[in-house]
Design a binder for this molecule. Sequence first.
Ligand code: SAM
Length: 211
Amino acid sequence: MGREFVGIFDEWVHTYDDSVSGKDEEYKDVFMKYNEILQAVADAAIGSVIEFGVGTGNLTVKLLHRGLEVVGIEPNQAMREVVAEKLKDLIVIDGDFLEFETEIRPQSFVSSYAFHHLTDAEKAQAFQLYAEQLPAGGKVVFADTLFASEAAKKEIIAFEQARGHANLVEDLNREYYTTVPVMEKLMTDAGFTVELSKMNNYVYLIDATKK
Ligand SMILES: C[S@@+](CC[C@H](N)C(=O)[O-])C[C@H]1O[C@@H](n2cnc3c(N)ncnc32)[C@H](O)[C@@H]1O
């Protein structure tokens, strides 16, 4: 579920790695410190890991370098094909944040630049599901765009509009980018302790531990 934006990646798959490396002017600030952000997610993960929205596998590579067992979940077929080519031994399953079936018993759920595909109600559902599946001390480590408040979100969208970043503005209005207080509440309600760190003007590291 939360798959309404999956089709966007049929096209973006071809240039996605250019975007994350700063070649797409509109998304430069979103992907600022991309490698550092993904490394921070990988460093906070523990044990057997389920990674959602693997895309072209950039976070996956960092998790594997840490020696962690990883199963990837990716709803977009073109992305699954790219990552299967890049990481031949990786198990990548067709699934999403809410519907996935794997053999492993995860100690961490991780993701980068993808959780905003879920509405806040779906995010709440996801955290309840992860709390049921994780042992005490298990982790949810996500990096994603969050805003300090709804007012801050409006201000940034107006700023991007003024500098002519129409595609980014459309994206920020179309998808379900939420706020720091909402994210904190959804996670604490599901039984996690949460630490949030600002990584660039858009992205926060969300590091949560099941009580
Ligand atoms: C912006 S890319 C991020 C890729 C990679 N994680 C990264 O950090 O570069 C978002 C990815 O999430 C996937 N996606 C879209 N909807 C999803 C959902 N409901 N559940 C899981 N993944 C989803 C897309 O197909 C795409 O591969």
